[in-house]
Ligand binder design. Structure first.
Ligand code: NAI
Length: 292
């Protein structure tokens, strides 16, 4: 850990261009954060329509943080919508943030590996898939590192730097240097289920969901957590993370019979949380309307 810190501080790796694939909740916000921190960013998704909401959110972030027009415009200019993935070959850092699906991620890695610049950092934002599984699709499996950001990206300081079986120590150090460059705190972890943060957080979110199914209203649970000192209650936090993401992490940590039915039912109904407009709560313009 000490070695990672000092390598990060020495700034051995100073990337200028980042390519993010997946412009959803996480990829969009990671791209915006990197552009805010003076990197040139290309943002890829399956179509321009999927990138547009992320660019709009980025504009909101730049307005809030940068205040005046010139720096806001400069940040917007650094963030390029890139539906065809043209920025990939020039990027110093590639961050994959597509759906949490093994086959989708593996086939993406297989397709992009030959197009990567030599020496580019190759990172995944997966929250639950073992790095070893994703690395099977690569010929240079030692290159893959996890850069596990938390939601919301602009507020959460910590980034878990995930080491798979094959990941080289040098890639871990470069990932830590990049994380520091964008003003975030790297925490090296092994590729074990839940890494570190979700291992602790997921049982808490599942227990809150069980309370909900026992009839305790969501706002009561959330207010209790806030009064206790948490910045956000667990029910709203589950909606913020995305219920599908919570389930995929829970499936790695918990026997199936212990996963609350409510969570599965919501997902079957397409109620994935804030990103779909409703989950345990309903949302208008990103703000919760506290009814269940
Ligand atoms: P999301 O569902 O909001 O976004 C995924 C995006 O990927 C979609 O816009 C989709 O169109 C795009 N996509 C899918 N396949 C693609 C492909 N082949 N090429 C280009 N774009 C493609 O998902 P979210 O929540 O942003 O999660 C993304 C990743 O980040 C997952 O691996 C998840 O486990 C991880 N993660 C999620 C967190 C959260 O709080 N939501 C926190 C930390 C990690």
């Amino acid at each position: 850990q000490q070695r990672l810190k000092s390598l990060g501080k020495q700034g051995i790796f100073k990337p200028q261009r980042v390519h993010v694939i997946g412009a959803g909740t996480m990829g969009g916000d990671i791209a915006a954060w990197c552009a805010l921190k003076n990197l040139h960013v290309s943002l890829q998704d399956q179509s321009p329509d999927r990138i547009a909401p992320a660019i709009k959110r980025a504009h909101g972030l730049f307005k809030k943080r940068l205040k005046s027009q010139r720096p806001i415009q400069a940040a917007m200019d650094r963030l390029m919508p890139d539906p065809r993935g043209e920025g990939l070959a020039k990027a110093d850092v590639l961050i994959e943030a597509i759906f949490e699906n093994i086959e989708a991620k593996q086939s993406l890695f297989q397709a992009i590996e030959p197009r990567l610049k030599a020496g580019a950092l190759l990172a995944t934002n997966t929250s639950s898939i073992p790095l070893e599984t994703l690395a099977e699709s690569l010929s240079q499996s030692e290159r893959l590192v996890g850069l596990h950001f938390f939601n919301p990206v602009a507020k959460m300081q910590l980034v878990e730097i995930v080491k798979g079986e094959a990941t080289k120590a040098e890639e871990m150090a470069r990932a830590a240097a990049f994380t520091r460059q964008i003003g975030r705190l790297p925490l090296p972890v092994k590729s074990l289920p839940g890494f570190l943060v979700n291992r602790v957080l997921t049982p808490y979110l599942l227990e809150a969901t069980r309370l909900l199914s026992e009839g305790v209203p969501g706002p009561v649970i959330d207010q209790a957590a806030i009064d206790f000192g948490m910045p956000m209650g667990p029910i709203e936090l589950a909606d913020t993370v995305g219920l599908d993401i919570c389930l995929s992490v829970a499936e790695r940590l918990t026997p199936p019979e212990q996963i609350p039915e409510e969570l599965k039912i919501k997902i079957q109904q397409g109620q994935l949380g804030k990103k779909s407009g409703s989950g345990f709560y309903r949302y208008q313009g990103g703000k919760s309307v506290k009814s269940q």
